[in-house]
Design a protein around this ligand. Structure first.
Ligand code: G3P
Length: 221
């Protein structure tokens, strides 16, 4: 089963998507917090967890391993559903190695742009490897190829790390991620809305309702 996460810090979007019954979790980052207009990471994360009842990622802002570890300790204590997002840097790897040894060490390794980075994150004990597909595409690279390669690497060696397709820009990215074997896809609310919309569905439904009205009217119902 591929899990579907919302990539947002906006409570209203989480509320709406959760009501559809298809949402498994949420990922946030400092930019998404800025867009949501809140700096209270704890309060916002806990509100989201209440709505989604599943994994919610909150990111550290330290750049040194010691700082990341300190932040992770605090963030992971908020809830059993929280995952700490750690950037895939040298300092990030050091922090991941340490945090992954804790009983509650749930890690989302973020800012991954190659299968090599994903491999190192998995070795360091990350639970999720977040591959930024859209940002690679924006730079003229093939982001989905990194998802495919990472899937193959993890399968070849039995890594216990989820392939998470992030930085999703449009519905085709979602289909391609599913075909590439991503375990989790995190997407903006706007992309989720586009996934369900089809003019053919709308036209088909309109026709069914009109025909039903006609047949029931003829039957005097
Ligand atoms: O949350 C991480 C990632 O999905 C960010 O996406 O749109 O800022 O490239 P984006």
């Amino acid at each position: 089963m591929a899990l579907l996460f919302l990539d947002t810090a906006r409570i209203q979007e989480v509320k709406e998507a959760a009501s559809w019954g298809v949402l498994d979790g949420v990922t946030t980052n400092p930019t998404l917090m800025m867009q949501a207009g809140t700096a209270d990471l704890k309060e916002n994360t806990l509100k989201i967890i209440d709505l989604v009842g599943g994994p919610v990622s909150a990111e550290v802002v330290s750049v040194d391993a010691a700082g990341m570890i300190r932040e992770a300790e605090e963030i992971l204590a908020w809830s059993e559903h929280v995952f700490v997002k750690i950037p895939c840097t040298v300092e990030g790897l050091k922090a991941m190695r340490k945090i992954s040894q804790w009983p509650n060490g749930r890690i989302n390794a973020t800012l991954i742009f190659s299968a090599n980075q994903a491999y190192l994150a998995a070795k360091a004990g990350a639970t999720y490897a977040s591959i930024f597909v859209g940002r690679m595409d924006d730079a003229g690279l093939d982001g989905m190829e990194v998802v495919r390669q990472t899937r193959e690497v993890f399968d070849n060696y039995g890594f216990d790390c989820y392939v998470l397709a992030a930085s999703i820009r449009h519905p085709a990215h979602v289909t391609e991620s599913l075909l590439a074997g991503a375990d989790i896809i995190t997407l903006p609310f706007g992309v989720l809305q586009k996934m369900i919309r089809s003019p053919f569905t709308d036209a088909g439904l309109e026709r069914f309702l009109a025909d039903w009205e006609e047949v029931t009217a003829k039957a005097g119902l």
